[in-house]
Design a protein around this ligand. Structure first.
Ligand SMILES: O=C(O)CCC(=O)C(=O)O
Length: 268
C-alpha cells in the first residue's frame, strides 16, 4: 500500500502525504458523518475562533461512538492499514477522531503545536488528516519535518496560550518558526478530498486560516502503535476520556473498547 521509501520518509520526517487514501464512496460517507457532527455538536465541541472572526473554526472530538459513518471510515477504510504500515508496525489501534471545519474566510490560525503532550498516551501514534474539500497549499497545514525526533514541547491553549497541561517551564517551548522559517524544514501540500497527511503525534504542526470562498472540512483520524501505553495524567487531557482511569491502569496497552483494534481487522 505504501512503498519502503514512504515508510522511510515517515520515520525520517514524521510526516508524509498519501494521495487518494479514500475513494469517492468513502468520502460521501465521511461527508454525511461530518454533517451529523456539525448539526449535533457534542459536549466536547469547541469554537476555536474569536467572535469577530469573519469565518468560524469549529472542532469536535471522539464522535465515532455516535456517528457510524466516522466509525466506518476510522475502522474499515484503508486508513488503519496505512497507519500501521507507516509506523512500521504490525497493528494500529484507533485512538479518536477529531472533526474540524474552517469556514470560508476564517482568519484563525491553528498555532504551532505537537499533539501528544495534550494526550493520555506514552509511545508512538500517528494521525491521518483527511480533507473533504479542495485545500489550496496556502490554506493547508504546515509541518516541521524531523521535529518528532526532538523533545516534547509545552502544550498551550490555542486562543490565549495558557499552560493548562504540563507545569510552566517543565517542557521545551516551540521555537518561533514563523520569524525564521528558512532555519526549519517546513512542509505543506495542496490537498484534494480523500488525500491524507499522515503525521506523528510528536510532529510540530500548525495551519493557516482559510482565506478562500469555500469551507475547509477535515477529519483527523488518530491511531496508536502497539507500543503506546495509557498515561494517567493529573490534569484533563484533550480530548478527555471520562472514567477511563477506573477501567485502564496507568502504563498498560490501550486494550479497551474505546480504542478498538483497527488493523489487522479483527476476525468475527
Ligand atoms: O487543521 C487544522 O487546522 C489543525 C489540524 C491539527 O492540528 C491536527 O489535526 O492535529
Amino acid at each position: 500500500m505504501v512503498d519502503d521509501s514512504t515508510i522511510e520518509a515517515f520515520a525520517r520526517d514524521g510526516v508524509v502525504v498519501v494521495r487518494g487514501a479514500l475513494g469517492a464512496d468513502e468520502l460521501a460517507t465521511l461527508a454525511r458523518g461530518f454533517q451529523h457532527v456539525v448539526n449535533h455538536p457534542s459536549e466536547r465541541a469547541v469554537e476555536a475562533s474569536r467572535s469577530d472572526d469573519p469565518g468560524r473554526f469549529f472542532e469536535d472530538f471522539v464522535r465515532w461512538h455516535d456517528t457510524p459513518e466516522i466509525e466506518q471510515i476510522a475502522l474499515r477504510s484503508k486508513l488503519p492499514k496505512l497507519a500501521a504500515a507507516l509506523m512500521d508496525s504490525t497493528s494500529a489501534r484507533f485512538y479518536h477522531d477529531h472533526v474540524l471545519v474552517k469556514e470560508a474566510g476564517t482568519c484563525q490560525r491553528t498555532p504551532w503545536h505537537q499533539d501528544q503532550p495534550y494526550y493520555n498516551v506514552d509511545g508512538a501514534g500517528i494521525s491521518a488528516w483527511v480533507p473533504l474539500d479542495e485545500v489550496p497549499r496556502k490554506g493547508s497545514p504546515e509541518f516541521w519535518a524531523g521535529s518528532h525526533r526532538g523533545p516534547w514541547r509545552m502544550p498551550r491553549t490555542f486562543l490565549d496560550e495558557q499552560a493548562k497541561w504540563f507545569p510552566e517551564g517543565s517542557l521545551a517551548e516551540i521555537p518561533d518558526l514563523d520569524s525564521d522559517r528558512s532555519d526549519y524544514d517546513i512542509r505543506q501540500w495542496q490537498m484534494s478530498p480523500g488525500d491524507a497527511i499522515f503525521f506523528s503525534f510528536l510532529t510540530v504542526h500548525s495551519a493557516p486560516g482559510f482565506p478562500f470562498d469555500h469551507p475547509r472540512r477535515v477529519v483527523s483520524f488518530r491511531y496508536l502503535s502497539p507500543d503506546a501505553r495509557h498515561a494517567v495524567r493529573p490534569w484533563k487531557t484533550s480530548p478527555e476520556f471520562p472514567g477511563l482511569t477506573d477501567e485502564l491502569d496507568d502504563g498498560v496497552p490501550f486494550d479497551h473498547p474505546n480504542f478498538p483494534l483497527a488493523w489487522p481487522v479483527p476476525v468475527g
